[in-house]
Every structure is written in C-alpha cells, then in structure tokens.
Write a protein that binds this ligand. Sequence first.
Ligand SMILES: [Fe+2]
Ligand SMILES: [Fe+2]
Length: 239
Amino acid sequence: MADFVLDLRGLAEHAHTRAYYTLRELRSGQVFEVWLDQEPKMLMDAVSLQLRQAIHWRVLEDGPPLWKLAVQRREDVAPVDLVDLLERDHLRIDRLFASALHKVNAGDLEGAAPDFHAYVDGLRRHVEVENELIVPLLDLPRSPNGQDPTSIMLREHDEILEQTAMLEHEFSEGVDEAWAVAPFFALISGALAKHEGREEQNLFPHWSRALREQPDAAAELLERAQTLLTAPDPAPHSN
Ligand SMILES: [Fe+2]
Ligand SMILES: [Fe+2]
C-alpha cells in the first residue's frame, strides 16, 4: 500500500519538476507510487541525481501505456553493489560533518565534538575501503602525469585526511572558541563535497564496469567493504 500516489500522466515536460518536488519530501519508511505515461528511466535518473541519489525506484507495472513505480528512500533498501554502498556512505559522512559544522557555527562546540569524531571514524574507514580494498583489486590504468581518476582520488584522500587530522588535533587540545576551528571546517566542507562529486562522476562508473566483469569478486568485495564500514568502534583507551 503506497503512502502517496503521484500521477504524472499528461504533464509532459512538467512531470520532472513535479516529481522532484514531491520525491524530495519522501521520508524513511514511506513508499510513494509514481504513475507515468512515458518511459521512466530518463526522468527518474535525472531526479535521483538532483536528490543526490537519495531515492531508489523500481518498476511495479511496465508500460506502455502506463508505468507504475515504487519509490523509497535509498536507506530503506539494501545496497545493490559496492558503488551504491560507497555513495550511501558519502551521504552518511556528509551528514555527520554537516551536523558538526552546524553546531560549531551555533557556538556549540561541546555538541559538535561527538558528530565530529563520528565523521573522523567514518571518513577513515571509507578511505581505507577505497584505498586498500578497491584500488589494488580493480587495478585501473594510471597515467604517469597523475591525472587519472585513481591518482586524483588518492591525492585528495591524503589532503582531506591531513586537514581532518589538524582539526582533530584542535579538538583534542580543547577548543573554547568556535572561530578557532570554523576555518578548518569550511576548508574540509568544500574539499569533501568536491572530492565525493568527482569520485562519483569520474571514478565510480569505471569501478561499476570493472565489478560487473567479475561478479564473484564484486560480491566478496561488497561484503568485506560492508564489514569494514560498519564494524563497531575500537574500544576507547583506558589508563
Ligand atoms: Fe574518496
Ligand atoms: Fe568515496
């Protein structure tokens, strides 16, 4: 039973705008049905991209003349492959960072610390999966000038980890004024968004293709990545 039926029939080029504004409101646990009188792939891919892949859709009824789709938040369905898992993890890391940033901007440094530490932990695991698990296995061609997507990714990881470590150091010293850390936050925020965007556009399509060519390795890799990303935090140090 759908929570909402979005009937886009007869809307022609307005279908896209209506779909975007309605599906933006989709909440976790809900299923929206979308009815269309045109082939859905182009429209839904465009809307998904605008919503940073936060939605998942599948065909319930195939047209013509009528296509019916079920649309859910992506976190409500299991990841379909490794790239899907990593894109979701980008969103998770972004949310943690944004929440820490928001609290810093509001002057709530104490409140920002747990989100910031969860971001650091998530970022390190994510980079470990990309650098240590995927890069050696897929072994994509690299160019000597270092301008290939893999080399760019590895360089950007070093930069973001370094900036994050500087900020971590500030927190461990005990920050008492938001202005002392705000510039670091701004720097990382920009670098992270650009990096994830570049990865999703320039590198993940290559990874998807390589993984489709070796389904057994892909399934094993997905499982190992899932374990690495979700393993419980190491026990805190005790003295
Ligand atoms: Fe990355
Ligand atoms: Fe990534």
